[in-house]
Design a protein around this ligand. Structure first.
Ligand SMILES: NC(=O)c1ccc[n+]([C@@H]2O[C@H](COP(=O)([O-])OP(=O)(O)OC[C@H]3O[C@@H](n4cnc5c(N)ncnc54)[C@H](O)[C@@H]3O)[C@@H](O)[C@H]2O)c1
Length: 194
């Protein structure tokens, strides 16, 4: 999953000092967050779960926003002095979150899309043309493994609670059952090959 985060940050051309809005603090949102922070960006992340937002804060988010209780657009405007976020990465992947990205992206901003949802979104041309926005897809990873493995080996990238469960290979059925039956307890479960 860190390589998914690395790819999204690379596709978004995230640079040091830029503002990045990540929609969704699931495991993928958290991996994107960690990679964006390593790039030196300032990061706001949204979710509908207080627990997930709390974990995002622990994982380095500069600002967390509850999308169900707060006005995300207003929070982005306040945070960026009305400019909008330089990069918006959608790790919720619903038609509505994709559409919302255009409302909060800055001039010359980049919107990174990770979703596999086939439902169409309704987006007008105006914000894309007016702000010269780039919309970029991010799928799996191109050559991100060496970078991520190096960051892990150097201790710059740390799990810090992202891996909640570990199973051995002979417990594989148990692992799948557990993840399926207790999704609220699992961030990432890993299988260890001895
Ligand atoms: N493109 C790729 O290579 C790639 C790879 C892996 C996953 N994905 C996609 O990334 C997405 C995220 O994966 P995940 O494992 O983190 O999923 P997840 O379901 O665990 O996380 C999604 C989070 O979004 C939150 N959310 C829902 N509606 C929201 C809203 N309106 N505003 C803010 N937050 C909201 C949920 O509470 C949840 O925490 C999935 O759609 C998955 O298919 C893409």
């Amino acid at each position: 999953p860190y390589t998914i985060g690395a790819q999204a940050v690379w596709r978004g051309e995230v640079e040091e000092g830029e503002t990045v809005l990540i929609q969704g603090a699931g495991p993928i949102g958290i991996c994107i967050l960690k990679m964006a922070k390593l790039q030196g960006a300032s990061v706001m992340i949204t979710d509908l779960s207080d627990e997930r937002l709390e974990f995002a804060k622990e994982s380095g988010a500069d600002i967390t926003v509850h999308a169900g209780k707060e006005d995300v657009q207003k929070r982005v405007e306040e945070w960026t002095n009305g400019e909008g976020a330089n990069v918006v990465i959608d790790a919720v992947c619903l038609p509505m979150t994709f559409e919302f990205s255009f409302d909060v992206v800055s001039t010359a901003g980049r919107i990174v899309v990770l979703g596999f949802d086939e439902r169409p979104s309704s987006v007008s041309q105006l914000p894309i043309t007016k702000k010269e926005v780039s919309v970029k897809g991010s799928r799996l990873q191109t050559d991100q493994f060496p970078k991520v493995v190096k960051l892990l080996n150097e201790g710059k990238l740390r799990h810090e609670g992202l891996v909640t469960h570990t199973f051995s290979l002979d417990e594989i059925q148990e692992a799948f059952n557990f993840v399926e039956n207790h999704p609220e307890q699992v961030r990432k479960a890993i299988i260890v090959f001895n």
